[in-house]
Design a protein around this ligand. Structure first.
Ligand code: CA
Length: 301
């Protein structure tokens, strides 16, 4: 009798050792190995959060998009993007929307130099909250360079006594605010003169009078965009030797400056107002250069 009971116990033990693991054996193609499935008891931790931003360095013309991945064994309930644009004094909360695998929300466009702080909150279906670390960036300027300036003159093959006209094509993605021509004769002081604007051809021009035998005429242009970024063109110098019946023209090139400081060195620029070729405002920088070169070619020939 005892041996029968023992036999039954052994059989039951064998069943438990062999059959039960088979039931929970992984159903994968390998069919090898036993997976002991254990239910993870509900804990008190909220979702694990990963935060990313696009673009990584937002400018004052962009809407930054923040993507948040939230992972939780109990399921994710709500994901919130929280941000501050006053160094953490006040925070704004926005519910992020699930798009694909990530929860997505946006930050506002902010002025250049603004410190923007942001972080994510999320809770699981059991109400456990978690919070990401706090991230931040300082908003950059989308446009920090002065206008592109192409400068030339007519006639192209200038001779002593010819009336010289300076031409300028000026463009900037932010729009051109001021354009002024600076002129020096025979090595004298630079003097700023106003420009006419040819709207049909989108060029500025100024008659500079004749350059006589033995004279030197130098000119360059300054321009700023609507954001206050200044730039200076190359300097063109036309000079004739005293003996010359054959005119000799030399062109000197200076480095184009695009810092705001350039404006500070420019006397009296505020008095001379250029016009704004609004047509060019929407064009990209590369497009502007192409347009300028086409315009220049049209005028040269
Ligand atoms: Ca600019």
């Amino acid at each position: 009798m005892k041996s029968t009971v023992r036999s039954v116990l052994i059989l039951v033990s064998l069943f438990l050792l062999v059959a039960v693991p088979c039931v929970v054996t992984s159903g994968t193609a390998e069919g090898i190995g036993t997976v002991w499935v254990r239910h993870t008891p509900a804990d008190e931790s909220g979702p694990t959060l990963t935060v990313s931003i696009d673009p990584e360095q937002p400018t004052d013309e962009e809407i930054p998009v923040v993507s948040i991945t939230a992972v939780d064994a109990d399921g994710v309930d709500t994901v919130i993007l929280s941000y501050s644009i006053d160094a953490g004094s006040t925070w704004v909360n926005k519910t992020a929307e699930l798009l694909g695998d990530a929860y997505v929300s946006t930050l506002p466009t902010t002025d250049e130099g603004t410190l923007v702080m942001y972080k994510a909150y999320a809770n699981d279906t059991l109400g456990n909250w978690s919070e990401s670390e706090t991230f931040s960036y300082v908003t950059a300027a989308a446009d920090s360079t002065g206008p592109e300036i192409v400068i030339w003159y007519a006639p192209d093959d200038v001779s002593p006594g010819d009336e010289v006209t300076a031409y300028l094509a000026v463009g900037d993605p932010s729009g051109v605010s001021y354009v002024v021509l600076s002129v020096s004769r025979n090595g004298g002081a630079w003097e700023n003169v106003s420009l006419e604007y040819d709207e049909a051809n989108m060029v500025y021009y100024r008659s500079l009078g004749p350059v006589l035998d033995g004279e030197i005429l130098s000119f360059k242009a300054y321009a700023n965009d609507t954001r206050g970024n200044w730039s200076v063109s190359e300097t063109i110098t036309i000079s004739f030797a005293h003996s010359g019946t054959t005119g000799e023209t030399t062109t000197e090139t200076t480095t184009t400056s695009s810092t705001e400081e350039s404006g500070g060195h420019l006397p009296g620029v505020g008095d001379i107002l250029g016009q704004s070729p609004g047509v060019m405002m929407a064009a990209g920088a590369v497009g502007i250069v192409v347009i300028l070169l086409i315009v220049k070619r049209l005028f040269l020939r």
